[in-house]
Design a protein around this ligand. Structure first.
Ligand SMILES: [Zn+2]
Length: 485
């Protein structure tokens, strides 16, 4: 039975590019600090304190709205979302809401992703992050206690809410990668930092109520959680069990969703305008200056890579998906202009030793390249050595592995290892001569079956320790096979 599936997303993105929190001067970067040391009376919401809006946060959040094709209103308002939870010291969160004809910082956008697919963006809103809860057993169910760290409370957060336009969990992952890349290109968020981008998903199948999934640790887990929910809800539907509106938590270790609580309805939050922050008039000047602040976005950059560097669509996409990789590529091309060769080394070899997935990094690894000693100059020189036939690809791969570990320049490594490719055909011919003598039966086979010549090539590579150019050697073997027939 085919049942229609509707998936919507709520993506939270911290504005880590800022210096201070949303309403006070505490550090925006709360990571690696003693618990509850990055706080002030405003973060705690103590009586008598007043929030002061961070102007740069307005700018950053409107840049995100712009990149997602949203309408940016001329004035905005903040709201109190009331709920009692221990990560929220004020018992309300200052956020945004659409009411009284005033909207949040962005509405009615859309973002294309994948092959011409498109998801509508309902709303982009600016709000404060709550504190952080740490469970004793790192698991909400098995823990006997909960620790609260308010260092994160008040960190500027942008929430992106999509319409339920997704039907396939795989599309969700592609879309999340796209959003992440856009945010990175805007320079407003380092998406590699643990917890800087988080995604809740809601999902319903035909005839059932909407279920929200929270606590998902990474984009890869989002896809798994959604697949699990589809199976669960379909099974319930087939057995005519009612699917209730509820919030479920994703259990990362058991790979299941579990009921967390009955879902609050919007009216339960008793939204009302935040009396301590006046209506903010953005004005024409703000909006027109915004357009000049938007840097090149991923789609434009991808088109430029295809046009200017003549890279394939696929390779361009892989590079663009991760701003750090795209930047690395362009820096290398500036040093030595061989775009295809350089892109090839990055996509096929460098990425093999990198984990480009988000949210998996320890606190120190704030960059994709933290662990690796390789820089653009290394790849540029490596590409040059290969282009000039100084070394062959096998040797270059070995050299790259050394560079990653010790950061030495390729030319120096080539010299040290005396690994220069033997392209002197006389030397190769001598090697062939000796292999032809020692491998008589293989030579006979090769005369019958041209594919067997690869065996001889293998022997020659062994003899010369992989330093000959395989193409030249193969040509010479074939020539010799004909000559000696
Ligand atoms: Zn503070």
């Amino acid at each position: 039975m085919v049942m229609a599936i509707k998936i919507g997303l709520e993506i939270h993105c911290q504005l880590t590019g800022l210096q201070s929190k949303l309403f006070c001067s505490c550090h925006c970067d709360y990571r690696d600090r003693e618990p509850n040391s990055n706080v002030c009376p405003i973060c705690y919401g103590l009586p008598g304190t007043l929030p002061l809006l961070n102007q740069k946060a307005l700018e950053f959040s409107s840049m995100i709205s712009f990149a997602l094709g949203c309408k940016i209103p001329s004035k905005i308002l903040f709201y109190r979302k009331n709920y009692f939870y221990l990560d929220l010291p004020k018992n309300f969160q200052i956020t945004q809401y659409n009411a009284y004809g005033i909207t949040s910082i962005g509405v009615d956008g859309k973002l294309e992703y994948g092959d011409g697919k498109c998801a509508r963006i309902r709303r982009v809103q600016l709000e404060e992050d709550p504190g952080r809860l740490v469970y004793g057993e790192s698991n909400i169910d098995r823990s006997f206690y909960t620790l609260i760290d308010y260092n994160r409370a008040g960190v500027p957060l942008v929430e992106i809410i999509t319409e339920p336009d997704f039907t396939d969990p795989k599309d969700v992952r592609i879309f999340l990668n796209k959003i992440t890349s856009a945010i990175e290109h805007l320079g407003v968020c380092n998406t590699r930092l643990e917890g800087s981008v988080r995604c809740d998903a809601n999902i319903s199948i035909e005839g059932g109520k909407r279920v929200e999934i929270k606590n998902i640790g990474s984009f890869r887990e989002t896809e798994k959680a959604l697949n699990y929910e589809i199976t669960r809800q379909k099974t319930m539907s087939i057995h005519e069990i009612e699917i209730k509106a509820e919030t479920r938590h994703w259990d990362d270790s058991r790979k299941v969703t579990k009921q967390a609580r009955a879902k609050e309805e919007e009216q339960d939050y008793r939204y009302f305008p935040e009396p301590d922050i006046p209506t903010v008039i953005l004005g024409n000047e703000f909006l027109s200056s915004l357009k000049t602040k938007i840097p090149e976005l991923p789609d434009d950059r991808k088109s430029r890579f295809i046009k200017d560097y003549r890279l394939s669509e696929h390779v361009s996409q892989v590079l663009i998906d991760n701003k750090e990789l795209a930047d690395f590529f362009e820096s290398a091309v500036k040093i030595y202009s061989s775009p295809k060769e350089i892109a090839n080394w990055i996509v096929s070899e460098l990425m093999r030793v990198m984990d480009v997935n988000h949210h998996k990094y320890s606190k120190e690894e704030r960059s994709l390249f933290s662990d690796l000693k390789v820089e653009p100059k290394h790849i540029a020189e490596l590409a040059k050595l290969v282009d000039q036939n100084t070394i062959n690809r096998n040797t270059a791969k070995k050299i790259l592995n050394q560079i990653i570990k010790n950061g030495e320049m390729p030319a120096q490594l080539v010299e040290e290892a005396n690994a220069s490719t033997i392209d002197d055909s006389k030397v190769i011919s001598e090697a062939i001569e000796s292999i032809f003598k020692s491998e008589e039966s293989a030579v006979k086979d090769a005369r019958q079956n041209p594919n067997a010549a690869n065996f001889l090539l293998g022997k020659i590579m062994q003899l010369t320790k992989g330093r000959v150019d395989p193409q030249i050697a193969l040509d010479l073997i074939k020539k010799k096979l004909i000559e000696t027939n």
